[in-house]
Ligand binder design. Sequence first.
Ligand code: MOS
Length: 745
Amino acid sequence: MFEPTNHFNIVADDERADAAEKVTGRAKFTADHHIDNIAYGLFVCSTIAKGTITNLDSSNALQAPGVLDVIYYKNCPNIPGYNALTPDNKKNNFEWKGLKVLNDNIVRFYGQPIALVVADSFENALAAVKLVKAEYATEAFDTNFNEARLVESKTKLAGKYKRGNPKAYLNAPFFIEAEYNTPIEVHNPMEMHSSIAIWDGDDKLTLHDKSQGPKGTQSTIARTFGIPEKNVRVITEFVGGAFGNALRSWLHVPAACIAAKKLKRPVKVLLTRPQMFSLVGYRPQSWQKIGIGADKTGKLLGISHEAISNTSRYEDYREGITDASRFLYKCENVDTEYKLLPLDLSTPTWMRGPGETTGCFALESALDELSYQLKMDPIDLRIVNYTETHQENKLPWSANNVKDCYAAGKEKIGWKNRPKKPGSLKEKGWLVGYGMGGGIFGANKGSATVKAILKADGSLVLQSAVSDMGPGTTTAMGIIAAESLQMPTSRIKFMLGDSDLPPGPTQGGSGTTSTLGSAVKLICDTLKQVIKELGIQHFPAFKNLQITDLEVKNELLIDAKNQDSQISIVALLKLAGKPSIEITKESNGNNFQEIKYAFCSFSVHFVKILVHPKTGEMKLQKVITTGDAGKIISENTARSQMLGGVVGGIGMAFKEGLEINHATGEIANANFGEYLVPRHTDIPETDVWFVNKPDPFINSIGAKGIGEIAMIGFAAAVANAVYNATGKRVRDLPITPEKLGFSKT
Ligand code: MOS
């Protein structure tokens, strides 16, 4: 049976706790686990975009070496969650949200899994996939966002908002009106998704799965297979990157469970790299139109923001594309409208800064455009429209130090050198431009349970069923615990990645540090009290002291007024006859009905760009990214988060975009040769700067999230710099020399 091994030793105060495991290859990601007698499952995917399978011939595949089964709609076992609408299943809370893979003969997008080949080796499965032949009755399909969005009847309203007068910008003395487009972007982390299902009898399951939330996956799979949650153990020890793609269970997860159950042996289902482009969600394509108007002082008089983003035919995925326009800047007249456009594609999902990343590209570009009309510095324009209250819910910010970000970034990027007239500054033959763009993302504190085990040797183990997709959760939690207990981080281990541990949150929405960190602080503060009580009870010298007379420090219990009077915690445990202290505590989530503040994190990104006047080649020369996310717990990993956001932002600005062949519905660039991502040489000198002031209201540790704001607003900063350098405004991402008017040849 699997035993978790991720008892990280934190070796230096702010060193990444799992660094050694990851760089030495000791860290086992989901697919790395070897299980006795395991079989390998790979999907056969549709080669049409829409229609029905009229015949699926698996006979050749079944005769191929090592092939154990080909599972498809005709021989797929019945799954309770697939039939959730029967009265019994509903009552039992059985459910599977999403496409019921291997269950019917309907094809909903090109590349949809239509069968699972299971073989005794990965290679045999891969070879046999090609031998499965499907015949189809095809139907007309629609994958072309840019055409379909023009047909009103194809879209559906997903959200509408209004305060003050609609379209008020049209009456402002200065206004701009512009349309912005962003392509489909994919997460594609290094580690590809996989699931290993191991059934123990009919109703007990161990699942190794790449997941941002072991508890969420446990609940999903329990409901899908109609078994008690406690009978499902989900293990996600290490995650090799995720940006929202592992927030829900995709089709390969039930497929692994189905196959393992049918074959009565463990099955590992892996997605191939091309499948990563369509089977684990993506940032939807978007069209936006922004109208924004101001008086001559720059005061905003109206913001109108329309957006359309695509979803699939079988599920609605919506995100807050127009949200920031409603609350980030002071403005009395705001109207937004958001529509979904269902297409014959797979379902999109949350991706780093979902909603805001897309929305702030448009909003922060539009503000920049307006600043030129006003002949005003774009930073000054934002400062004029700074608001003390969240403009939608009217609550005061719990903390908002975005003005400090403006000041720091301005200084560090050398904003004073920014040309007022676009295209007017050259350095060594290159056009030079400066740009900035901001981001905002809601901050939250949910509930989490943490168990603390103070061992006989005085070291501390903390446990919670979360996963760490890369931000460095174990590191930050170690630091919070070390600060509470005044002990070195090297003596603290954080165990995660196993749903059998006390329930912790899904890692998403930039909420882990706030939520889990509060729970870690609570359990450590509680542990301190327990140690003090034990001292008063068992250590004669402390007999007449109160809890408040004692302090815990360097693994000692000390009389605060008489520091020489002390006992080591190891000795105290021995004295008290306790092999260890184990306590578990739940930290509650914030009740937003009771808390009269608006909680958000803020970022402002600054870039300096060089554009070659003859070729249109664009080179970022310097990036300054600044954040107001309350107290920074781990400077090292927080900085890494911001750097990662910059890299993602550079990809969004210059490189990324899924291309669909609308004649077939097939993704044309489902590979890293043609789906472009930043290379090392695309990443310039990058400085990260934090306000680093605790938010007094969000939680007990003063920290808010960083993951999303790291990316939100970055692409706009680049587009704004490109305009400043060249006088050419690019409103369609990615920004390429061709869009600046340079031809490829
Ligand atoms: Mo994030 S898009 O909540 O993983």
